[in-house]
Design a protein around this ligand. Structure first.
Ligand SMILES: Cc1cc2nc3c(=O)[nH]c(=O)nc-3n(C[C@H](O)[C@H](O)[C@H](O)COP(=O)(O)O)c2cc1C
Length: 179
């Protein structure tokens, strides 16, 4: 990384507690410096054996965002987003699909929090699991080589909605010492 990355004045616990999925965006553009800062957060995620099996596919062309929204039933926000990052795992780097999905999911969450800390709205759209052959359709759409698995994608844009933080602490789901 040659350029200095951005910082955020939001503390980490505030970012975690106030992050919400944002699906409505203004037409404002996310600059490359900000996008690199978000990508860097993805690269900073923990991974099993520090294998870092991820690839990040950055999509900004409106026609492609439109095609993505047509290929995924819960990604209707994509054409309005300024950018989408598709997070893929490389099976040649991490042969365990379970670990690959865990690692890529950690990178997705890091990017969601980084975006929020920078004032950018984002939503995670799942691409792994679920029904049907969606991953095959996406592999074709995105020109993925064999052994590259789509785990999830994130829509990003400056928020055109506000969603309040909710208290989700549930003591009944916390178990001490044993179940
Ligand atoms: C694995 C995963 C897949 C998701 N897929 C979608 C999706 O396809 N479309 C969507 O709009 N939101 C999706 N979401 C976002 C969830 O709907 C959202 O996180 C949840 O409703 C909680 O709301 P919050 O993110 O505002 O806290 C997904 C979240 C996760 C973790």
């Amino acid at each position: 990384m040659t350029t200095a990355l951005k910082t955020s004045t939001m503390d980490v616990l505030t970012a975690i507690r106030t992050r919400r999925s944002i699906r409505r965006y203004t037409a404002d553009k996310i600059d490359d410096h900000t996008l690199d800062t978000i990508l860097d957060a993805g690269f900073c995620a923990p991974s099993a054996s520090n294998k870092r099996p991820w690839h990040f596919l950055v999509i900004r062309e409106k026609a492609k965002l439109q095609a993505i929204s047509e290929a995924h039933p819960y990604a209707k926000m994509m054409p309005a987003a300024d950018c989408c990052i598709v997070v893929c795992g490389d099976e040649a780097i991490q042969g365990s699909i379970g670990l690959l999905v865990e690692d890529c999911s950690a990178s997705i969450q890091n990017m969601l929090l980084a975006a929020h800390g920078l004032g950018i709205g984002a939503v995670w759209c799942g691409l792994y699991g679920g029904r049907g052959d969606r991953h095959l359709e996406f592999a074709k759409l995105l020109g993925l080589p064999a052994g590259i698995v789509t785990v999830g994608m994130i829509a990003f844009g400056y928020p055109d909605e506000t969603r309040p933080a909710t208290d989700r602490f549930d003591a009944s789901r916390v178990h001490h010492e044993r179940w």
